[in-house]
Design a protein around this ligand. Structure first.
Ligand code: NAD
Length: 300
């Protein structure tokens, strides 16, 4: 079993740490929020007072942060760059969803320190992180992928190799843009059915058995009370915040611009999520987009 440093104990990072502990690893944890560190320590992790302390003696470093700026600042450009604290040959796995350019630049910086860095963003949400069923989408060399795979399998059921450094982030941006389109479309269809007198549970079941079936309906229904254990049934708390979906859609727009790829559906979804965010819903789960359709009917 390995000594693993894990930095970033938010909605996703916390349950991922629990699965590493279950697999028998020593997990040294750090987050800017002391409460998150205390919670992880209560579950058996080893608390650290700084990122530099967390990586002491670590054979492997995993990060689960919000943005490319945070990743760059932690490893490379901040006041105490973490790359300066790692032994040559250490494998660094960044699971945050960030822009491909920062992932490639961080990998290049790692190389100059004799370190191995891969991008490994995830799909599957908080429920997948808790159940250990995440999908990891890896960008890096074949050798790095092979080295990372066993530990990633302890937190997920699929570990996929997208290509070289940054490719994991490109694939993740494509996926999340499609997820945003699916969520927006599902909210609008369910809302129309409800407004025409249908029971949302019945309508959801009918569409699941028909050609409109999709991931949102199967696992993440946006209407409160239709499914247990989804954010919609706990006031849209926890889960995947609207502000993070907006961030991912901005990443998708950058990719579309850089590659000259038309994304009219992604642009429409981005406009809807941005409207929802500025209406004060940035901390809610992204399935709360349903309430944007409901409030526009009421003329709010
Ligand atoms: P979160 O905001 O809940 O957690 C991020 C954590 O990182 C916070 O606790 C924050 O304090 C910590 N952090 C930031 N900078 C730090 C630093 N320098 N040192 C230590 N800790 C630091 O976010 P989340 O929902 O866990 O998402 C994390 C990443 O995973 C994001 O990139 C997100 O887009 C992606 N993601 C989230 C979901 C989801 O359903 N929540 C699903 C797939 C992917």
């Amino acid at each position: 079993m390995a000594t693993i440093a894990f930095i970033g104990l938010g909605n996703m990072g916390s349950p991922m740490v629990v699965n590493l502990l279950k697999a028998g690893h020593r997990v040294q944890v750090y987050d800017l929020q002391p409460e998150a560190v205390r919670r992880a320590a209560g579950q058996g992790a080893t608390p650290a007072a700084s990122a530099a302390e967390a990586v002491q003696q670590a054979e492997l470093v995993i990060t689960m942060l919000q943005s490319g700026t945070q990743v760059d600042s932690l490893y490379v450009s901040g006041p105490d760059p973490l790359f300066d604290h790692l032994a040559a040959g250490t494998l660094v796995i960044d699971c945050s969803t960030i822009d491909a350019a920062t992932a490639r630049a961080t990998a290049a910086q790692a190389m100059t320190h004799g370190l191995e860095f891969i991008d490994a963003p995830v799909s599957g949400g908080v429920a997948g992180a808790e159940a250990g069923t995440l999908t990891f989408i890896v960008g890096g060399s074949e050798t790095q992928f092979a080295e990372a795979k066993p530990v990633l399998q302890q937190m997920g059921k699929q570990v996929l190799h997208a290509g070289e450094h940054g490719a994991g982030q490109v694939a993740k941006a494509c996926n999340n843009m499609l997820l945003a389109v699916q969520m927006a479309g599902t909210c609008e269809a369910l809302n129309m059915g409800i407004n025409n007198g249908l029971d949302p549970k019945v309508l959801s079941e009918i569409i699941k058995q028909s050609s409109g079936n999709n991931w949102v309906l199967q696992l993440y229904n946006p209407v409160p009370g239709v499914m247990d254990k989804v954010p919609a049934s706990r006031g849209y708390r926890g889960g995947f915040q609207v502000k993070l979906m907006c961030k991912d859609l901005n990443l998708a727009m950058e990719l579309s611009r850089d590659s000259g790829s038309p994304v009219p559906m992604g642009s429409a979804a981005r406009a809807l999520f941005n409207l929802h965010q500025v209406a004060g819903c940035d901390e809610l789960d992204f399935s709360s987009l349903l309430t944007l359709f409901q409030s526009s009917e009421r003329g709010e």
